[in-house]
Design a protein. Structure first.
Length: 141
C-alpha cells in the first residue's frame, strides 16, 4: 500500500496547488475586472457556478452563511471531497485491498443532482418570485 499512500499524498498536494492557483487567478481577474461568466452574460440567469468565487472567498473569511448564499455547491463539494479523502486514507491505513475499484459513487451522483437542483431553484426564485440570492441580476433598490 506504499504506492497508494504516495498517490494519495501527491493528489492532495495537487488539490492544494490547484486551490492556490485558483486564488491567485481569481484575485488577478477581480483586480482587472475580467471575470465575466458567458452563461450569465448571454442569458441573464445564474449558471451552476455563479457566485462560486465569492463563496470561496467568504469561506476563507470563515463567513459560512455568506458562502452558502453565494453558492452552496462549493460547501457541499468540500464535504464530498473530504468524505472520499478521509475514506481513502482509512482504506490505505487498514490495507483494504480493492477499495478503489469498489468505491461507491452514490454521494457523487447526489452531489451532481444537488448542483442541478441549485441551478434550477436559484433561477426559479429569480424568474418566478424576483428573489435574487446572489444579488447580481435584479437592480438594488
Amino acid at each position: 500500500m506504499k504506492k497508494e499512500m504516495k498517490v494519495f499524498i501527491i493528489s492532495n498536494i495537487a488539490v492544494v496547488f490547484a486551490v492556490a492557483l485558483f486564488v491567485v487567478f481569481a484575485m488577478v481577474a477581480i483586480h482587472y475586472g475580467i471575470y465575466k461568466c458567458a452563461f450569465f452574460e448571454t442569458f441573464h440567469l445564474y449558471c451552476p457556478g455563479c457566485g462560486g468565487t465569492r463563496a470561496f472567498f467568504s469561506l476563507l473569511h470563515f463567513d459560512i452563511l455568506s458562502s452558502l448564499r453565494y453558492n452552496p455547491v462549493l460547501v457541499a463539494g468540500i464535504f464530498v471531497y473530504l468524505f472520499y479523502d478521509i475514506r481513502i486514507f482509512i482504506a490505505i491505513k487498514r490495507n483494504e485491498e480493492g477499495y478503489f475499484g469498489n468505491c461507491k459513487y452514490r454521494l457523487i451522483i447526489a452531489y451532481g443532482v444537488f448542483i442541478i437542483l441549485n441551478f434550477v431553484v436559484r433561477n426559479a426564485l429569480l424568474l418566478g418570485f424576483g428573489i435574487d440570492l446572489v444579488g447580481d441580476i435584479l437592480p438594488k433598490g
